[in-house]
Design a protein around this ligand. Structure first.
Ligand SMILES: Nc1ncnc2c1ncn2[C@@H]1O[C@H](COP(=O)(O)OP(=O)(O)OC[C@H]2O[C@@H]([n+]3cccc(C(=O)O)c3)[C@H](O)[C@@H]2O)[C@@H](O)[C@H]1O
Ligand SMILES: Nc1ncnc2c1ncn2[C@@H]1O[C@H](COP(=O)(O)OP(=O)(O)OP(=O)(O)O)[C@@H](O)[C@H]1O
Ligand SMILES: NC(=O)CC[C@H](N)C(=O)O
Length: 620
């Protein structure tokens, strides 16, 4: 009978922030030792961080990773630790985890199945390790086994899978089962996407059943390198039973979970920590954590936001407020302020709620930039939301600047601009006039300008380039407009953001045409729910326009000619606006797909625009 206390620690790492990464690793090891953990598993590529991208190809990076490993080894007295790092061997780079036991390296397991779908591009940097092979790796004149091997720790037979290894039918665990492995460790870097934590949980439970073992899974945590957010889940299952999980999407820099495992035991008390499926809750947590990490890792002083009082910019204001309230809830006021490099300089005693509002006021600057086409409704909505969360609120009118721009161009082209002839240009100049002003505020205050594009706008380019696209981070560009609209109602009712009441009563509108034209987004485009249906089939599921039409004609109660026109419009706008998607600010990956060409969705900038494919709709 072998008893062993096993632990997992998720870590919030940053590419080549050696100090931060080493500190998190050493604190996790220290905490595990204090809890008498015998074997600790850390996430995939914890030493360098997972998202180093082409840095993995630099020789100096893999050398520095080894230097860091040698700093970690002596910390591992009276404990065994599995820590991830890239290893250069025979002119190839492998994604490995190193097993250290009581201050000595036992060997390296190398990932066999590389992640190469969706947002993952591991084949660009790593080679897959051939199954069944073990070779020798020489480091500082010492040789160690590297490859497809198992180990014994305190009498327990253990093996590894690294993240994607586990996501395939034919996988390393099949051979670990044949070898009689009792515990499989899985160091991972598995990105957040709506609902994915339940898929992971099921995968781990099923793996422990199928391979008749204990299975410990440990994910990276937080917004590691800009776009991707990791859940930081630690999941332990045994013989088909879920034994332990932690709180996902934590604001802590590491989290430890441990468990006493007995290899002779196949039945334990099941955990009562049940992680449910709730996209609204997860959006609030993941996006606010994404913004928190972005803020502290970029060392910016805060965020600036052009706040229209409409849905998109308001949802971002609330996410920044959530960054503060979630952070303070988990870390306390002092630790939270320190982590974002802010000195809490208030002099009177504040309640936690007051402190949250105070901090929001320090890090969020909003501005309403009205024109004669703006309404009192949106101004009031913006002002009351800002006041309710404690954000700074500035207000100015831009008509004079817009009209100076008009005068100059009218003189140059020798005629008056009119709405009949110059509609789009006259809309865009308003959006563009707001841009230099709000950028100026961001420059003056040392803050990051947030841009408010959502995914539905990204699909069809419904946005003015260098106008409302201005900014350096797009927190909601990964989610669609209908999701945002219902999330705002959730945030008002369930999260208590009462200041959203008037935002939630407005119909989405760009307010760029004169009021007599009564502009709405959906009149300009199509109903958002239909846009989302076309997007899901055509972009996410990669169906042809004809299949999109046939599927939706069956599913939706809508005139078929109207539907055809929406589909034609979607594909036309999708195709001509790829260049815009190439230029949108970096965005968070939140849904199971996104339209950011740097992560999930690559599409040619110049194309035939589906002309032939759309002709098939004429006969359908
Ligand atoms: N293939 C290509 N490669 C590179 N560039 C290309 C291009 N095709 C056009 N272009 C360029 O793109 C320009 C047109 O793009 P751009 O100037 O952005 O303007 P555009 O896409 O024509 O119009 C902006 C649209 O967004 C809507 N909007 C704007 C602002 C806010 C909101 C809101 O919801 O609040 C909505 C507005 O109602 C309008 O329908 C062309 O003048 C041309 O220079
Ligand atoms: N009057 C305004 N004051 C400040 N910013 C504005 C104003 N009008 C538009 N903007 C900026 O332009 C962005 C794009 O406008 P858009 O209409 O797409 O978004 P929204 O107003 O936030 O939401 P909705 O589309 O639901 O009205 C806004 O999010 C905001 O950043
Ligand atoms: N790092 C990885 O191997 C990630 C790939 C895996 N399919 C996931 O998304 O979780």
């Amino acid at each position: 009978m072998s008893q062993i206390r096993i632990g997992g620690a998720c870590l919030n790492q940053t590419p080549i922030d050696w100090n931060n990464n080493f500190t998190n690793i050493s604190q996790a090891i220290k905490a595990a030792k204090e809890q008498q953990v015998n074997l600790l598993c850390l996430p995939e590529l914890s030493i360098t961080a997972y998202g180093c991208q082409d840095l993995f190809l630099s020789e100096w990076l893999t050398e520095e990773a080894i230097t860091q490993l040698h700093k970690i080894v002596p910390l591992c007295t009276n404990i065994s630790v599995a820590v991830g790092l890239p290893i250069r061997h025979d002119q190839k780079i492998y994604n490995t985890t190193c097993l250290i036991e009581n201050g000595k390296i036992l060997g390296f397991y190398a990932k066999q199945i590389l992640a190469n779908d969706g947002i993952h591009y591991e084949h660009r940097w790593f080679s897959p390790w051939p199954s069944g092979e073990v070779k020798e790796l020489t480091l500082n004149n010492q040789t160690y086994p590297i490859g497809d091997q198992t180990f014994h720790i305190k009498g327990v037979h253990i093996g590894f899978e690294i993240c994607e290894d586990a996501w395939n039918e034919i996988r390393p665990a099949c051979r670990l089962y044949d070898k009689g492995v009792e515990l499989i460790l899985n160091p991972s870097a598995s990105h957040f996407a709506f609902g994915k934590h339940k898929i992971r949980e099921k995968l781990i439970i099923n793996s422990s059943k199928k391979f008749n073992c204990h299975y410990l899974y440990v994910n990276q945590l937080g917004n590691e390198s800009g776009r991707v957010i990791y859940d930081g889940d630690i999941i332990l299952a045994s013989h088909g039973q879920l034994l332990a999980t932690n709180q996902r999407l934590s604001f802590q820099s590491y989290q430890l979970l441990y468990f006493d495992m007995d290899t002779t035991q196949t039945k334990y008390k099941q955990t009562d920590h049940v992680d449910t499926l709730d996209n609204n809750r997860d959006f609030a947590q993941a996006a606010s954590l994404g913004l928190y990490d972005y803020l502290r890792k970029s060392r910016a002083k805060g965020y600036t936001l052009s706040l229209s009082g409409g849905a998109d910019s308001s949802s971002i204001a609330v996410l920044v407020a959530l960054l503060v309230s979630n952070g303070v809830k988990e870390l306390g006021v002092d630790r939270f302020c320190k982590s974002i490099h802010l000195t809490p300089d208030w002099h009177t005693e504040l309640t936690t709620e007051e402190a949250v509002q105070f901090i929001v006021g320090k890090i969020l600057i909003t501005a309403y930039q009205g024109t004669k086409n703006s309404s009192d409704d949106t101004l009031n909505s913006a002002r009351s939301l800002a006041a309710s969360i404690g954000a700074q609120f500035k207000h100015w009118e831009i008509d004079e600047v817009v009209s100076t721009n008009h005068d100059l161009v009218e003189k140059a082209i020798g005629r008056k601009l009119t709405w009949e002839q110059d509609d789009i240009a006259m809309q865009n100049i308003q959006a563009r006039t707001r841009s230099p002003l709000i950028w100026m505020v961001a420059n003056i205050t040392g803050t990051i300008l947030l841009t408010t594009s959502n995914r539905s706008e990204g699909d069809v380019g419904y946005t003015t380039m260098d106008g409302d696209t201005s900014g350096s981070l797009a927190p909601i560009a990964g989610v669609d407009k209908p999701f945002l609209l219902q999330w705002l109602r959730y945030a008002e009712k369930e999260l208590g953001y009462d200041g959203l009441a008037s935002v939630n009563s407005l119909t989405p509108t760009a307010e760029l045409r004169p009021k007599s034209y009564t502009q709405t987004d959906e009149d300009d485009l199509m109903p958002y729910p239909i846009l989302v249906e076309i997007e899901r089939l055509g972009i996410f599921q990669r169906k042809s326009p004809l299949i999109v039409y046939q599927t939706l004609a069956q599913k939706l109660n809508i005139d078929h000619e109207v539907l055809k026109n929406y589909i034609r419009k979607f594909y036309r706008l999708w195709s001509i606006n790829q260049w815009k998607r190439e230029r949108l600010a970096p965005s968070f990956h939140l849904d199971d797909f996104n339209v950011d060409p740097k992560t999930w969705c690559r599409f040619p900038i110049l194309s035939g625009g589906f002309a032939e494919e759309l002709k098939q709709l004429d006969e359908a």
